[in-house]
Design a protein around this ligand. Structure first.
Ligand code: ZN
Length: 502
């Protein structure tokens, strides 16, 4: 008997439909909308968000869920039904615990805070954003107190929202295992006396040729343009508007090759995950990505483990040289590959190399915890940021727009989000090792331009499961062992050895 369960699936799909309309207007806002449309767009989005929340928290929805749980009481552990009920219950319980007034206040505050952050960043003046950060922290503390299980800390609640099952204590263990080896590795690279010239990446790269090359790379990796698009936006992103429509964006700078190219590979990784979800399960937890950490593992997988590998460029470099004869015609493949793998402490997270990247995340993870407990006040963030960066990478940001004002996340209320980037890096290295073990010599395949076996491996082991398993369990099933930092550290040490001889 599945009548009630089927009714639940129908109710879930209705909520998903509203949210997918929200995704359409959001994509349009970031890619197409003239500035004059902003005010009305905010109204449209608020209405859609309210509508989705109202459907999701309606008594009728709650009854349907409870009836489906009774009907499926005997469903086996590990079955699809169990997974759907678990995820639907989790989402419902969270949604009904949040008063609509708080949801609205958070939406309104972060809308204003975003503009304040843009201004503060432009003016390089953190004091313009600090009052908003203080207000956001207070609202996030309220939100956490609505959602917290007994004894659960506010920051744990926020993390769990982005990465189900993850905790501050466990993340502390992970970062504890990363900190010393990474600081040590970067230190050895810096004192190796070797530098990797990268000036050729700042030559003249015509934007239309960049776009054509990015498109070709995405297609090569298996991004289906019949079910997607590549456009331009201020902040690169990927979004799914529904089955058959997973879009990506990037931004181009004529004197920066890496930004757009690796940005496209990154977003392609996100979109391949979305394109690999089972369309027939759309609107239910089985048709949705399992967590931000897993999502980020997919983007970093294609961006770094594939896209910065020597073997990928053995295949792709001739195409890049043909696209940019003036900029790359006289650059040897080896020198180009070394340039895109350079390791160097820098201030900006999104431009950081693979080795220093996780130290940028560690900094944010520690500051967020202090902000949530009240140990750190918004006014003291600039100094704390500078000290933390100095402690980890030996440098200080010249200006606050290159320091504490560089990231958009806090202005949107996304506290607890940053750690998922490091989880993504950890998962991606472990998945890559496992794929290599299962598929044999991936380098040889890359050199021939063959990426579909790898993509299919991810589809089988990650994409097709949706939210059937919890994030860490999914990685364990895919790779045969529990997630660990070792594959990532091994990957980074190999690179440091290859390019710096340390
Ligand atoms: Zn990403």
């Amino acid at each position: 008997m599945t009548a009630r369960y089927d009714r639940l699936l129908g109710a879930l799909r209705e909520v998903a439909l509203v949210n997918s309309v929200l995704a359409v207007v959001d994509w349009d806002e970031q890619v197409m909308m003239p500035p004059g449309g902003a005010e009305h767009r905010a109204e449209q989005k608020a209405w859609l968000a309210r509508t989705a929340h109202a459907r999701q928290t309606a008594a009728e929805f709650g009854d349907t869920l409870t009836e489906a749980e009774h009907e499926q009481a005997d469903a086996a552990d590990g079955s699809e039904e169990r997974a759907v009920l678990r995820q639907a219950r989790r989402a419902y319980d969270r949604a009904v615990k949040l008063p609509g007034s708080l949801v609205e206040e958070l939406t309104r505050t972060t809308a204003h805070a975003h503009h304040a952050w843009v201004d503060a960043r432009k003016a390089n003046d953190p004091s313009r954003f600090a009052p908003w950060l203080t207000k956001i922290i207070a609202l996030k503390q309220q939100q956490a107190s609505c959602l917290a299980a007994p004894g659960q800390s506010a920051y744990d609640v926020l993390i769990d929202e982005f990465e189900p099952g993850e905790t501050t204590a466990h993340l502390n263990e992970i970062f504890g295992a990363l900190r010393t080896p990474l600081v040590d590795l970067v230190g050895r690279v810096m004192s190796s006396g070797r530098t990797v010239p990268a000036a050729m990446l700042a030559r003249d790269f015509a934007v239309d040729a960049q776009e054509a090359l990015g498109r070709e790379a995405a297609k090569t990796l298996g991004y289906d343009f019949e079910r997607g698009r590549l456009d331009v936006s201020v902040h690169p992103f990927s979004t799914s508007l529904g089955p058959g429509d997973s879009r990506i964006t990037t931004r181009y700078h004529a004197n920066r090759f890496s930004d757009a190219f690796f940005g496209v590979l990154h977003e392609t990784g996100h979109a391949l995950y979305e394109q690999g979800l089972p369309a027939a399960r759309y609107g239910t937890p089985l048709g949705e990505a399992v967590s931000l950490g897993l999502h980020e593992s997919q983007s970093r997988f294609w961006e770094n483990l594939v896209g910065r590998s020597r073997s990928f460029w053995r295949f792709f470099y001739p195409k890049a040289q043909r696209a940019f004869p003036a900029a790359l015609g006289d650059v040897r493949e080896d020198d180009f590959v070394a340039a895109i793998n350079g390791i160097r402490p820098s201030e900006i997270r999104v431009e950081a190399d693979e080795a220093t990247y996780n130290l940028h995340i560690l900094l944010r993870f520690e500051l967020e915890q202090a902000l949530m407990t009240g140990a750190l006040k918004a006014d003291d963030v600039p100094a704390a940021w500078s000290d933390a960066l100095h402690g980890l990478l030996g440098i200080r940001p010249d200006t606050d727009d290159r320091g504490c004002l560089q990231d958009v996340h806090w202005s949107g209320g996304a506290l607890g989000y940053f750690p998922t980037y490091t989880l993504g890096n950890i998962f991606s290295a472990q998945l890559f090792e496992a794929a290599q073990r299962d598929l044999g010599d991936l380098d040889a395949a890359f050199e021939r331009g063959e990426f579909s076996p790898l993509r299919e491996w991810l589809r089988t082991h990650v994409h097709q499961h949706g939210q059937r398993y919890l994030p860490r369990d999914l990685v364990t099933r895919a790779t045969g062992v529990a997630p660990s930092v070792e594959p990532l550290l091994a990957h980074l040490r190999r690179k440091a050895h290859e390019y710096y001889g340390v």
